[in-house]
Design a protein around this ligand. Structure first.
Ligand SMILES: [Zn+2]
Length: 563
């Protein structure tokens, strides 16, 4: 039996981190003022169905505790529910029963009084999956429910619930569980299983669970399946291919201190140890994201969702010695590396190395002398990276031989270290040009580097606007004005509209930290601009896409950005 089932909470007091919800429900049970329809929304694995079942048990328990409203878990009704064979608790998975026929059938059955209890409780999981017709049929039932029927609708996507349904329900929101709450739950299970598990392992499981108790328990189950009485970090590494907080954190510290040498060295070391760099990068991305958010909102509680007490101290220390702008750059660069990694599967270390070099050379140095010095230092680093890559290459080829019998991996040639060094030097040169830009203003390259983020943010605010803006490209920066090139007048005019212009300018301010006035202009010859500037990462636009966009715009004409 899975841990999740074995330790499924049997009464309200077993539930971790849902105090306010259980308190309201027990008060309702005590007073007898039960709602006929509840809506539980929130992340998966956070206790929605567990609470729904306990509610059903309490409603029908013949020995319910008058003081606490807890079910007895001993009467016939409670046992039937615990054994999942109660006729009066009906659980429906809307993902596989989403059609109107199934809801019609439900409506027929609702009329009949409960077989052995006071209430018939219907739990409809993933209720957002119902078709519109099925929702309408369900609504009719919710409008006039028989007095014996209680509905608990559960969903992970609240926004898909029609307002008509929502307004009929008592709504409870199930947020993600905190790091501490998940650890509490894991420790309880571990003590029940009479096994000792290293604290670091427990913390890593909690972090990976992303606020879901079910995911945490499932992962713990895998780790416990090792079958030892005492589980160490090493034992668990099979299931937790983690680099560990401290290594990722010290790497981010190197970046924050612009210590390219140490950052590159530790990357090589990680690779030599056979650490999956893709995984490492995702860890680094997530942690630096948390750092950035903390710097902006200073929310200690939010940190508790993700880090342990000791880790929080380290996080706060780093936040004090770094700036939001710097952390934002780290996040942006790591995000780029994460995308670029897909383009260089044979040399996963390269995109991260580029991020290191880019980040550590982005310090704006006032004195040109200092700049020259720094440049030389960077080249030295690039040369030493060259040496390291030679070493890595040797180690890597040895490792390949070793693992040849284990994995049938197509051995790919390791790229020429000289190319790597040249790329790094090139990057240094580029970012050196960048550093000559004025403090507040950005170079076109910097604007283009962040443009992906601008597009993502605009997509969140207005999908149609993202679509229109997707065919444009920043073509020039003049002081505080940012010229956007459009190939077609229709799109240019759309973006020029006050409402849309405001959205774009606000997002640009959020992303770059500086205010720019956008100048949507018509560029008849977008293709040649893109070819001549030869800037990596600029939005790709080919003839086919062009034609597609044009056709789509014709269809949407007039309504494109009007929502
Ligand atoms: Zn009972």
């Amino acid at each position: 039996m899975t841990l999740y089932r074995k330790y499924r909470p049997k009464q309200f007091s077993d539930i971790v981190g849902r105090d306010s919800i259980t308190k309201i429900l027990t008060e309702e049970l005590k007073s007898g003022r039960i709602a006929h329809a509840y809506l539980f929304s929130g992340t998966r694995g956070t206790g929605k169905t567990s609470i729904a079942r306990i509610l059903a048990k309490s409603l029908n328990c013949s020995n319910r505790d008058k003081e606490t409203s807890e079910p007895c878990n001993e009467c016939d009704s409670c046992i039937a529910i615990n054994e999942a064979r109660s006729q009066d608790l009906i659980e429906i998975d809307a993902a596989s029963n989403r059609r109107i026929d199934e809801i019609r059938e439900l409506r027929e059955q609702v009329k009949y009084v409960p077989a052995n209890a006071t209430y018939k409780v219907y739990i409809i999981d993933e209720v957002h999956m119902l078709t519109t017709e099925a929702f309408n049929a369900l609504l009719k039932t919710l409008e006039e429910p028989p007095s014996h029927a209680i509905f608990v609708l559960a969903t992970t996507e609240l926004q898909k619930i029609p307002e008509t349904i929502f307004s009929r329900c008592q709504h409870f929101s199930f947020g993600k569980l905190t790091f501490v709450q998940i650890i509490e739950r894991l420790k309880y299970i571990i003590s029940q299983e009479k096994i000792s598990v290293d604290d670091t392992v427990i913390e890593e499981i909690a972090r990976r669970a992303g606020g879901s108790s079910r995911d945490a328990e499932s992962l713990l189950g895998q780790v416990l399946s090792i079958g030892k009485d005492k589980i160490s970090v090493e034992d668990a590494s099979l299931f937790l291919p983690k680099v560990g907080f401290s290594r990722v954190m010290s790497w981010i510290q190197f970046l924050a201190k612009n210590d390219a040498k140490s950052a590159l060295e530790s990357l090589t070391k990680l690779e030599n140890e056979g650490i999956n760099l893709e995984f490492f990068l995702q860890e680094a991305l997530e942690i630096s994201r948390q750092l950035m958010l903390y710097m902006v909102v200073q929310d200690d509680e939010a940190l508790g969702l993700y880090f342990s007490k000791d880790e929080i101290i380290e996080v706060q220390n780093l936040c004090q010695s770094s700036s939001v702008g710097q952390m934002r750059q780290i996040v942006i660069q790591l995000l780029r590396s994460n995308q670029d990694m897909k383009l260089s599967p044979d040399l996963p270390i390269l995109p991260i190395e580029l991020a290191v070099v880019e980040l550590c050379s982005e310090v704006r140095v006032q004195s040109s002398e200092l700049r020259v010095e720094k440049k030389e230092e960077k080249i030295r680093i690039a040369d030493s990276a060259h040496e390291e890559t030679r070493e890595t290459q040797n180690v890597a080829s040895v490792r390949r031989d070793d693992s040849a019998d284990k994995r049938e991996e197509v051995s790919s040639p390791v790229s020429d270290p000289q190319i790597l060094t040249n790329t790094i030097k090139e990057e240094v040169k580029k970012s050196d040009q960048v550093s000559q830009a004025e403090q507040k203003s950005h170079s076109l390259k910097e604007i283009l580097d962040g443009w992906g983020e601008v597009m993502t943010k605009i997509k969140d605010k207005n999908g149609a606007l993202n679509f229109v803006l997707g065919v444009a490209q920043p073509v020039a920066v003049n002081g505080d004005s940012l010229e956007l090139g459009f190939k077609y007048r229709l799109q240019q005019e759309k973006v020029s509209e006050m409402k849309n212009r405001e959205i774009v300018e606000t997002v640009i301010h959020e992303v770059y930290g500086s205010r720019y006035r956008i100048e949507p202009t018509l560029c008849q010859d977008m293709e040649s601009i893109k070819k001549s500037d030869n800037i990596e990462g600029s939005p790709k636009l080919n003839k086919e896409e062009d034609a597609l966009v044009e056709a789509a715009l014709e269809v949407f004409e007039g309504a494109v950005v009007e929502n």
